[in-house]
Ligand binder design. Structure first.
Ligand code: PLP
Length: 236
């Protein structure tokens, strides 16, 4: 696993050089479908001194149930953060809040309000998920609705917008890069309109094993990789 992680960090550095991307780019391991044991080993691997000196220990789970099942193994590594990167049903919020450090998939005011009501002990960092591909099967707020949602979420005292997240559509570089560019434009305008991200710039969580280079070219600060680390997933 360490070798695969090292290879992805090399891809990240190569892409930063190729596209003259000056922002720091961190890796989040998408650990869905892995056993709790493997999730624990993944967190340990990220904590290797060769990585952790310049990167946080970030892992993402798609499903609340899997997040719960793997949390103890992940959190055995000091400093490991667990993000939720899949849809959050409102009846799973309490379970999610017990184990998840950040929810990347807030895409409606209803969900934001439900989260806001249940957070205890200080604001929960969240990312707003945007659907930039326009594919109806994908989660995320439409770009045209983004600022309305963002403004409403900013008024919720128990949530803190820490960034934006997307899953792009598949396609060629010419098709996919504009989607990532839209994300960067939304992030920059959000920061400017509401004076956000001065202390810590708003994150852009975008790019996966197949398209991380294009995302980095358009400003990604977190890329989420599963297949590149764990190999192809069994279908479920
Ligand atoms: C599975 C998943 C990833 C990782 O995808 P790969 O193509 O395996 O790298 C990233 N983000 C989300 C939201 C995912 O569900």
């Amino acid at each position: 696993m360490r070798e695969n992680i090292a290879r992805v960090y090399q891809r990240i550095e190569d892409a930063r050089a190729t596209y003259q991307a000056i922002q720091p780019v961190h890796l989040e391991l998408a650990i869905k479908t892995q056993s709790a044991e493997t999730c624990g080993l993944a967190a340990q691997a990220l904590a290797d001194p060769q990585f952790v000196s310049s990167h946080p220990i970030l892992l993402g789970q798609n499903r609340v149930q899997e997040a719960v099942a793997s949390a103890e193994a992940v959190k055995a590594t000091e400093g490991a953060s667990l993000h939720l990167i899949g849809p959050l049903q409102r009846n799973k919020i309490n379970q999610a809040l017990k184990v998840v450090d950040l929810v990347e998939t807030v895409d409606s005011l209803k969900l934001a309000e439900a989260l806001n009501q249940r957070v205890v002990g200080g604001p929960l960092p969240i990312f707003l998920q945007v659907n930039v591909s326009g594919e109806t099967a994908k989660s995320g707020v439409a770009p045209a609705e983004f600022f309305r949602l963002a403004e409403a979420v900013l008024a919720l005292e128990n949530l803190k917008i820490a960034g934006l997240m997307t899953v792009a559509g598949r396609g060629t570089e010419a098709e996919v890069r504009p989607q990532f560019a839209t994300m960067q434009a939304l992030r920059d305008e959000l920061a400017q309109r509401f004076d956000l991200g001065r202390q810590k710039p708003l994150e852009l969580s975008m790019g996966m094993s197949g398209d991380m280079e294009w995302a980095i070219a358009e400003g990604a600060t977190i890329v989420r990789a599963g297949t590149a680390i764990f190999g192809p997933r069994a279908t479920r």
